[in-house]
Design a protein around this ligand. Structure first.
Ligand code: ADA
Length: 575
């Protein structure tokens, strides 16, 4: 299940989930052995899934092969993978048809002419982390491998709509929208073709016109603007969605869009002109039994739990989430921060001048925009997390990426999560300043690891933002928290790792940040415990990051109820 709604009525889409044949390639010589012609002695696995959730593959990192047969009526086919972790190489009937790098965004591969009948689809998947990977080897989440989200074969006929961004600007009073479409079209036939493309938003036609494409041509097309009057806005309280249908005589693509305007104004974050305090959590899209192949039903449950806590926002730490999850947030009116998996300590200073890596990161931003543009819930693009933003080499990277996101990413605020607030220079490019600090849990140079450190930090950074000319930018605490082992209690003394220590630290922080004059939001680290990597050697009991407000099976810890109490109180009293 990849969306909450049907994207196609006219187009035939073959679901390729279910039973696949699977073989490990621990010697990494499957290509040499020509496994793309068919893998030997495969065992049956269910796709989508992560292999680390199979027996005895808990820690397997490396290559593995998947294969499945499917039938088509013949003609052009687009294969669509929602997520393969991380490198995918794809063959049909022994012929390589493409590859993709990056675990968390969809990708599409085109075959212009496939014969009618049965075909063998073979995918080599490699989840190795190394000096060229995103994330890098040292990462505080578990590096699952596999085909983790859905797979489809689209049978394409005539002039097809591959992608459609509904682009809009709102009038000053937010009552009307100037709307256009930014499409990617494909001619599935072997001859030139002309067809009428029609695009509706709600019950209004925003474009209808003839378009000509050469044989098997793939082309971007931007329509002119049409005004939609008296639109109903999308907001947290009333998440109004409009259905947009793009169609030709042979093909169609349905999208959901919401009209809203997010901006910053003199320290405030405004949604449709109204102040919002971001009351959020960081969430990994992970479960110990499913890895990153997160089931739809559990997504809904996580969202229910997050709602129950009084949150109005989620940070998708540290990678793009599925389109299905975003559909759910669009429907529920929860704001989302989407970022690429450029994570922390792994990205050392020297990686920032590695052209191959930085290009990889840039492509990840382009893909994130391409596949997620229409989701109104995404109000923040995050460029990276805890990289060395004090170094001169991160500055041009953030400059380039923020410029790209501003020009192409729609109406969204730009940020990066920084753990060096006193040395960071890249905050120049942010709309919102985001700080990750763990006073009361970790010890930092110049601080002694106590809760009292927070006041010192707030004062020092309060000063620095004025010196740097950032005094109008809202500041949010994008990470803070403490680990607690679920069920470990210590009622009479304050003991680290107990549920009470975590609860009290979070209570202290939330109250303090809420009343800090230049702060406008909080994302607690983190929604629930997650499995982490054996390379994370500090403070990771059980190889889990235990800073969840819930344990990894979604049982609440004491802090969950405290957050619920405080977030509901803050929402009532306002900032
Ligand atoms: C960082 C990082 C998180 C997590 C956290 C922690 O801030 O961004 O992914 O690792 O630290 O638990 O220490």
């Amino acid at each position: 299940m990849r969306r909450l709604f049907n994207e196609h009525k006219a187009r035939k889409v073959i679901e390729l989930n279910g039973a696949w044949s699977f073989a490990l390639d621990s010697e990494n010589n499957g290509v040499e052995k020509k496994w793309y012609d068919g893998i030997p002695d495969g065992e049956t696995v269910i796709v989508p899934s992560c292999w680390n959730n199979e027996l005895r593959l808990l820690n397997y990192e490396g290559a593995a092969w998947y294969q499945k047969s499917f039938e088509t009526d013949g003609g052009a086919v687009m294969l669509e993978f929602e997520s393969v972790m991380s490198q995918a190489d794809v063959w049909i009937d022994g012929v390589k048809i493409g590859d993709h790098y990056g675990a968390f965004t969809p990708f599409q591969l085109f075959i212009d002419d496939l014969k009618c009948g049965e075909h063998l689809l073979v995918v080599r998947v490699d989840n190795i982390l190394n000096e060229k990977s995103f994330p890098q080897k040292r990462t505080d989440w578990f590096n699952y491998g596999g085909i983790a989200r859905d797979v489809y074969a689209h049978e394409l006929k005539g002039l097809c709509i591959i992608n459609n961004h509904i682009v809009y600007t709102l009038s000053k009073d937010l009552k009307n929208a100037n709307v256009s479409a930014d499409m990617e079209l494909y001619n599935a036939t072997g001859t030139e073709i002309t067809d009428t493309v029609t695009i509706t938003v709600g019950d209004k036609v925003i474009f209808s016109g003839e378009i000509t494409l050469g044989a098997h041509e793939r082309k971007a097309f931007k329509t002119s603007e049409t005004e939609l009057c008296d639109i109903e806005l999308w907001s947290c309280e009333s998440p109004k969605l409009y259905t947009s249908v793009a169609s030709t005589s042979t093909d169609d693509l349905v999208e959901k869009v919401g009209f809203r305007f997010v901006e910053v104004s003199n320290l405030d974050i405004l949604l449709n002109g109204k102040k919002v305090e971001l009351l959020g959590v960081n969430r990994h899209d992970e479960h110990p039994d499913w890895g990153f192949a997160f089931p739809a039903k559990l997504m809904k449950k996580d969202i229910d739990l997050i709602f129950e806590m009084g949150c109005n926002t989620i940070r998708g730490s540290h990678y793009p989430n599925s389109r299905l999850f975003l559909d759910m947030l669009d429907e529920r009116g929860i704001l989302f921060w989407s970022e690429i998996p450029m994570w922390g300590v792994g990205f050392s200073e020297k990686t920032l001048t590695d052209e191959f890596l930085m290009e990889r990161g840039f492509v990840m931003h382009q893909e994130m925009v391409k596949y997620y543009y229409n989701h109104p819930s995404i109000v923040i693009w995050g460029m990276h997390n805890e990289i060395p933003t004090y170094s001169k080499d991160s500055y041009p990277v953030s400059q380039k990426w923020s410029k790209y996101l501003r020009a192409n990413g729609g109406n969204r605020l730009i940020t990066h999560a920084s753990c060096h607030p006193m040395y960071d220079c890249d905050m120049d490019f942010d709309d919102i300043i985001s700080i990750n600090i763990y006073h009361g849990w970790y010890t930092y140079g110049g601080y002694n690891g106590n809760l009292g450190d927070w006041n010192k930090m707030i004062e020092q950074f309060g000063q620095r933002r004025i010196e740097k000319g950032w005094e109008k930018k809202p500041v949010i605490m994008s990470e803070f928290g403490a680990a607690a082992l679920a069920g470990y209690h210590c009622h009479f003394d304050t003991v680290r790792w107990s549920e009470e220590y975590q609860r009290d630290l979070i209570e202290y922080c939330l109250e303090l940040f809420h009343k800090t004059d230049y702060m406008r939001g909080t994302y607690i680290w983190q929604f629930c415990n997650i499995r982490t990597s054996p390379t994370m050697d500090i403070n990771r009991a059980r190889y889990f990051n235990n800073k969840g407000l819930l344990d990894e099976y979604r049982n609440p810890k004491a802090a969950f109820f405290k957050v619920k109490e405080l977030y509901n109180k803050f929402a009532k009293e306002g900032k």
